[in-house]
Design a protein around this ligand. Structure first.
Ligand SMILES: C[S@@+](CC[C@H](N)C(=O)[O-])C[C@H]1O[C@@H](n2cnc3c(N)ncnc32)[C@H](O)[C@@H]1O
Length: 346
């Protein structure tokens, strides 16, 4: 799949410059708004002058009832001269060059500063221009692991961003170590990483509302973009949202219409593990209560009240979570599978 290839290449080359589009943030955030009242939100991989995450939280600051938004910027990010640049980076502060200087922005209110009857981005721009207290020049480079950024993390209730794909494992480990709520974007294959899968299995992290199919379109600074829309270079990546915020989708049952008793040939047994193969999530039989191997896209539909995740197969060695290194049927290796079992007979 083109998206998969793109993202793997990005990870290898540490090309982490995929910029999220505001409509994707709006579409996902719509399902979590109730979690955000009175909360401190941190966007810690986000140049506030360019990131649509920061822009989103400014636009929706009052609607969400936020207490504070903090954004930290990584020195070294390229300047993306797109419409993302809503404050006009070049003109706003001639002393700030994000290629060398990291900053932290802290906003605690968005009010109608210009008196035009609305509290909107024009007011945020005024706030940043007139109130230098909202901007802190960081001593370090704004790395999310640096002490200054970890202090910001400690202050935050919820972290929302699209972190660098190449540092996803470390990024999530830090969130978990600090016991933070989060809504972040990552490569869907991250699910099988040995650092990530245990979190999924133990229901400490799940994928978000947006369906997995089709990947996501990001604004790219690279030259190998897939298409140009409205002057923006867009690149498709096999990305999904990851979160530990509850979302309605996670409580919806998968409708099961196949019957194992009627079509057992559709569900062959693995050579090397006591489970049946279910090649498509839609084919999960309603009358089978043993272990089943399903594609990882099952997680897009996973309801933990309906199914238990037993383990993982095919991506890394045998351990507490990966029950066998790979599954075989008739000597043929089967692509990555998640091993599941029905919880209820209903
Ligand atoms: C995938 S991009 C996403 C940017 C932005 N969050 C968005 O969604 O539009 C990841 C960003 O993290 C920055 N970054 C890379 N390494 C970082 C680090 N160690 N700490 C913080 N940010 C980092 C990159 O420069 C890049 O701007």
């Amino acid at each position: 799949m083109a998206g998969n290839r793109n993202l793997n290449a990005a990870s290898r080359a540490k090309k982490d410059e995929f910029y999220t589009q505001i409509r994707d943030i709006e579409n996902e955030m719509y399902h979590y708004q109730h979690h955000f009242k009175d909360k401190v939100v941190l966007c810690n991989c986000d140049d506030p002058y360019e990131s649509d995450f920061f822009k989103y939280f400014m636009i929706y600051f009052n609607q969400l009832g936020l207490r504070k938004v903090i954004a930290t910027c990584y020195a070294g990010s390229p300047i993306v001269q797109t419409e993302l640049d809503f404050f006009g980076t070049q003109n706003y502060n001639p002393h700030f060059d994000k290629r060398t200087q990291a900053i932290k922005l802290e906003v605690t209110e968005v009010t109608d500063l210009n008196g035009d009857g609305a509290a909107d981005l024009a007011d945020v721009k005024l706030l940043l221009e007139n109130n230098r207290n909202v901007v802190t020049y960081l001593e370090g480079n704004g790395d999310f692991r640096s002490p200054e950024c970890v202090d910001a993390l400690k202050e935050a209730d919820i972290v929302v961003t699209n972190p660098p794909f190449s540092l996803f494992r470390e990024y999530v480990a830090q969130l978990v170590a600090h016991d933070k709520k989060f809504l972040i974007i990552g490569n869907k294959n991250a699910i099988t990483y040995k650092e990530i899968f245990p979190l999924i299995k133990d229901n400490k992290m799940w994928t978000g509302y947006r369906p997995w199919s089709g990947g996501m379109w990001f604004i790219s600074t690279a030259e190998d973009f897939d298409k140009v829309v409205d002057g923006k270079k867009l690149k498709n990546a096999a990305a999904v949202w990851f979160t530990n915020l509850d979302v309605r989708k996670r409580h919806e049952d998968i409708l099961l219409f196949k019957r194992y008793a009627e079509e057992p040939e559709l569900f062959p047994r693995y050579d090397n593990y006591d489970a049946i193969e279910v090649s498509k999530t839609a084919f999960i039989p309603c009358d089978y209560f043993g272990v089943m191997g399903v594609p990882i896209t099952f997680l897009d539909k996973y309801n933990p009240a309906q199914f238990e995740i037993v383990g993982n197969a095919g991506s890394y060695g045998v351990d507490g979570y990966s029950l066998c290194p790979a599954l075989y049927i008739g000597g043929k290796k089967i692509y990555k599978r998640i091993l599941i079992r029905r919880r209820r007979n209903d």
